[in-house]
Design a protein around this ligand. Sequence first.
Ligand code: BG6
Length: 488
Amino acid sequence: MTLSSPDAPDLDVIIFGGAGDLSFRKLLPALYMAHVHDKLSEHTRIIALGRQAWSRDDYLQFIREHSLAFIDSQAFDANAWQRFLQRLWYVCADVTRAEDYAALTALCNTPRQRVFYLATAPQLFSQICAHLDTAGLIDAPSRVVLEKPLGTDLESARAINQEVARHFQETQIYRIDHYLGKETVQNLMVLRFGNAIFEPLWRAPYIKSVQITVAESVGVGSRAGFYDGAGALRDMVQNHLLQLLCIVAMEPPISLDANDVRDEKLKVLRSLKKMTPADVKRDTVRGQYTAGVSDGQPVTGYLQEGQVPADSRTETFVALRTYINNARWAQVPFFLRTGKRLQQRQSEIIIEFAPQAFSVFGQNATSEPNRMVISLQPQESIQLGMMVKEPGSGMRMQPVRLGLDLQLSSDKRRAEAYERLLMDVIKGRLTHFMRRDELEAAWTWTDPILQAWQDMDDKPRPYPAGSWGPAASSALMARDGLTWFEES
Ligand code: BG6
């Protein structure tokens, strides 16, 4: 095994926040997987910046202790791991101080492509970019990856974008949303645009409703400090769920080029019905988990998590109904739902097709709507609910599911989202990253909801950990004669 790719350019991946959670849980395991599968060139280096006054050996020790648990044990190879560690460098720096960039500049003294990965709080992005520029580390081939959260509202997102744009061209900026790197999410594009049979039906009036659920069984845990200032709408809906909605709803792009795909997603975001305060009151449900049982274990409520103020009104659950005001989706409700400490980890998209206009089997015949269930995680599958004849005499119907297990459909390795997206950055592929106007359009839609919640001055509804959220979430669907998929 060579463990290096002769085709890939030599580059430096420079990670700000190199000792943070994201780095040791996701970025370094992803880079290790790229290394072990020969996707990195021989001289590619990974330079981590952190505030800890560590030597390189201290950092390597830290990574050994913290990252190994996040690497698939079947992909682990002790020799490859040793060689991977040789790629790693560590620079101790307070990234807000210009003088702390001297060591990085000294290390990056040969001309080669640089990828700056900003995995820090977004308030630091502007200073980091300015200091990198002053240090002469940014040039035309450089790329910068911006980790979410990109702002807390439209104004702060615009400010970040403006600051970063002073130092990088838009084509050098990779705004990451790791949902866009998931195999099943990318597969949605193939499902829609690679199969002739779906396109004619993929619209009103043939589709009756769309549900998008990203349910998590975990609580906020050690991220409570950050999470309390964000909440589920900012943390999950503004980015991941809206991106899923875009892929479900977009028109076929004219090509897979980054701007062609992003133009179509932008149109969806701009067509989302802007919610008035009355819409927000009627069409959104906020929840906050209380003590309960999760994965068989008793767990505390959100307000008892360390670092959460006793009177916090931060939502850990959101369900909402929205509409896309365009010709394809007129009158089709889109229901989005996400929450922490829900009954199980389950991300899925349900396309419910409209009933037949006339049934030859009579009004009383048992029938279920045709639903396409696209499961993103933990299973990766596509199922189509259909009616077939119940065996025996008579013409009674029964529901069955036509299923495709995507994990079994190929024995090729399925890379994790971060590995795939990091390789896209290295190869200069922007398709699965958000463009500036997309991000701002997503905040333009989200802001009035946040504002209305603030003005409504009521608390999120409590729901016990281990449930599917507040009862009002089911009531939101029931109003349209619908149910969440797990209730059907
Ligand atoms: C992150 C959110 O973006 O996505 C987290 O900040 C959330 O709160 C996570 O837990 C979910 O990602 P995944 O890939 O586990 O579904």
